[in-house]
Design a protein around this ligand. Structure first.
Ligand code: OFO
Length: 171
């Protein structure tokens, strides 16, 4: 059984994961209207992943006798000055998510809830990958700058990598 404190903290994380899905969906849409098919597909796929992160939490809360809350979401940014700006926003977002996961893990130890602590290890590992992926993309885009030809090739790279599974981008 979840304590009220843990239930509340997990519900806050459900909201964050739902908002992450919206953040990437907005990025997918923006990239799509710029004609960047690779980046857009990557963002659509990532948005689906975040929804999966959210659903995993919903199921866990309900299975442990809590009530997963589906709440209002904060609207994400919908347009960006550049791809560099967009990927910087993505990186900062993932760093924020990692901090929130760390806070959650900390609460489970305070509450001596080892089952939730164990469950959250999946998110801890996932955040290491997601931050590495975001940092890797940001490094690439920083090298390219605003060069149109470079951005075109970058988009193709992302398209190939998305087709092979986004994890490959982190390598
Ligand atoms: Fe992008 O992260 Fe969810 O957890």
């Amino acid at each position: 059984m979840l304590s009220k404190k843990i239930e509340k903290a997990l519900n806050e994380q459900i909201k964050i994961e739902a908002e992450s899905s919206q953040v990437y969906l907005a990025m997918a849409s923006w990239a799509e209207i710029q004609g960047f098919e690779g980046v857009s597909s990557f963002m659509y796929a990532h948005s689906d992943e975040e929804r999966m992160h959210m659903l995993k939490l919903v199921k866990f809360v309900n299975e442990r006798g809590g009530h997963a809350q589906i709440s209002d979401l904060t609207a994400p940014p919908v347009s960006f000055g550049s791809f560099k700006e967009m990927f910087k926003t993505l990186f900062d977002h993932e760093v924020m998510v990692s901090e929130r996961i760390n806070d959650l893990v900390h609460i489970t130890l305070e509450e001596r809830d080892y089952a939730t602590h164990n469950f959250l290890q999946w998110y801890v590992a996932e955040q290491i990958e997601e931050e590495a992926l975001a940092r890797n993309i940001l490094d690439k885009i920083n090298l390219i700058g605003d060069d149109k030809g470079g951005l075109y090739l970058f988009d193709n790279d992302v398209k190939m990598l998305t087709a092979n599974g986004a994890d490959k981008l982190a390598e």
